[in-house]
Design a protein around this ligand. Sequence first.
Ligand SMILES: [Fe+2]
Ligand SMILES: [Fe+2]
Length: 230
Amino acid sequence: MDPRLADVINKIRDESLRRIVLEVVKEPSLNLGGTVYKGLRLEDSPASLSRHHSYPGGLLEHILSTVRIALTLCDCVEEVYHGRVNRDLVISGVILHDIFKTLTYVAKEGGGYEPSPVSERIDHLTLIASELVRRGLPLDIVHVVCAHHGDAGPMSPKTLEALICHVADVADSILNGKVLKAAKYLIREATGKSVEVMDSETAFKIVQLKAREGWNGVRRAVADSTMMDE
Ligand SMILES: [Fe+2]
Ligand SMILES: [Fe+2]
């Protein structure tokens, strides 16, 4: 397992919750009607087809970044607003909220991803919610997962922990998605060619170069890299 993810899981204080999170993360698979569905490895999975984190390893980065944002929001709630937060619920909820996206994508020949047959029938949120219910997890952790899409999902957040996970999820998705979109646009404008899959390090670098050095910075980065190689 990626050591950064192991560190985050180790922050969960409740031993039984930590064990279940570890089990699900290590083997995100499902048995549906006797058929076992295994998805992409977490380390290889994107977190979205095009909106955000749409590259190999994107889901892992989304989890790691969202946990950081969520823990900062926990500090705000406790230190500025004098509320109380159960951090175990927040950390576990963030780690699990999109974990079954691994089952909803398959790699396309020639790069990129497309929806898996499972995802044509069930969404990632229903998959993880039902898995947590099957495992007998407490109501409040299932709620964090059920409410992570906010008003766009099956139910809105009713607890501070669920609201924090939702806000952190949206913040990280926007941060990553906007930078990816901008970097792809800049490369298209600079070279006339489209890049379908771009990792976050490249995307952040392209956007920073445009801000610092203008179009020449973008063209130089493209010329120095292999991203346009066929
Ligand atoms: Fe989601
Ligand atoms: Fe997410």
